[in-house]
Design a protein around this ligand. Structure first.
Ligand SMILES: [Ca+2]
Length: 339
């Protein structure tokens, strides 16, 4: 990523204001049913999933190419951001207060989700807070427009997004939804917890019991769905998530940020000079992290449950922000109930 950034700067230097010409743009074609890539897609939907050819063609015909989506995808990724800046984007007093409000409004359902799925209410609230500020920012793009634009006009990840368009069509058929009624992010993520279509089909649940899985309009379905997602990705109830790390002088720097997956035991890390600041079982698997916080480098140790949070979004900073937000909200809830 760093290398890519460097190249971008070089290009900027050479061509000045003409950088825009290098960005991706929507292709010139009458509509997506006439796009060179559409024939293979339509054939897949017809032959593999028994869709009506005319129905699929009609969806592609009405899908609108969105240049603003391609522009959004071209913005610098969060991976070039410092942890300090990233944290400030997701953690503020206002978001913590909204989290307390959401928790109080959904106290029973959150407790039920914790009991049924073995995922803490705080974690569910933290995720929904980071993703959409508790449903305030669920996205305003029609999901069909987002997925068609990225599937057909964003070659770098076209295969992935056409796969999501395929999942989306299956999803609306299964749930009996009107294909153009659903809105989401510029990347086609939907609802309180921002599920992409494949996650919707695999993990979303009807948690309010009305017979339909609706994570866009039902905050209760969203609560159950986030909990189910965490359970299915291996959350271990009662086990630690993350801890601060105490570093011995001269520790091997290559041990930090080596990967999200916890692959070394705490005993092994300790031997290498990295100790958790909590007394956890030495046999627990962990990964060591170094993040550039607002007041300098921060050292952390992530455990299995930290890894599970990164299955929601493959980023250590994401998992850290969601977890810290969950803990700040939980602390406020605890304070309110004990005073
Ligand atoms: Ca429901």
């Amino acid at each position: 990523m760093k290398k890519q950034n460097k190249q971008r700067q070089v290009i900027k230097k050479l061509v000045g204001g003409a950088v825009v010409a290098l960005m991706v743009s929507v292709t010139a074609h009458a509509d997506y049913s006439h796009h060179p890539g559409s024939e293979a897609f339509v054939n897949t939907m017809v032959e593999k999933h028994n869709f009506d050819r005319e129905w699929v063609m009609a969806i592609l015909k009405q899908a609108e190419p969105k240049q603003s989506i391609l522009d959004a995808m071209s913005r610098p990724a969060e991976s070039v951001m410092t942890w300090g800046r990233y944290r400030n984007i997701f953690i503020q007093d206002s978001r913590v207060a909204q989290g307390v409000e959401f928790w109080n409004e959904h106290k029973e359902e959150l407790a039920r989700a914790e009991k049924e799925y073995g995922v803490p209410a705080s974690m569910i609230v933290g995720i929904i807070g980071v993703e959409t500020r508790f449903g305030r920012n669920k996205g305003s793009y029609r999901v069909v427009d987002a997925l068609a634009t990225l599937g057909f006009d964003f070659p770098r990840r076209g295969t992935f997004f056409l796969g999501q368009l395929e999942e989306y069509m299956l999803m609306v058929r299964e749930q009996g939804l009107e294909p153009f009624s659903l809105k989401g992010s510029y990347a086609g993520a939907m609802g309180f917890g921002q599920f992409i279509p494949s996650s919707y089909r695999a993990y979303a649940v009807d948690f309010d019991g009305n017979g339909q899985i609706d994570i866009v309009n039902s905050s209760v379905d969203a609560i159950g769905s986030v909990a189910n997602y965490f359970k299915r990705h291996g959350w271990r109830y009662g086990e630690p998530v993350v801890s601060g790390a105490v570093i011995k002088k001269g520790v091997d720097e290559s041990l930090f940020n080596a990967g999200l997956k916890p692959e070394k035991t705490l005993a092994e890390l300790s031997k290498a000079g990295i100790d958790a600041d909590h007394a956890f079982a030495p046999s627990l698997k962990a990964t060591a992290m170094k993040l550039d916080g607002e007041s300098g480098d921060e050292y952390w140790i992530g455990l299995q449950n930290f890894y599970v949070i990164t299955r929601y979004n493959h980023s250590a900073m994401y998992a850290m922000a969601a977890y810290q937000l969950s803990q700040l909200i939980a602390a406020q809830m605890h304070e309110a109930s004990s005073s």
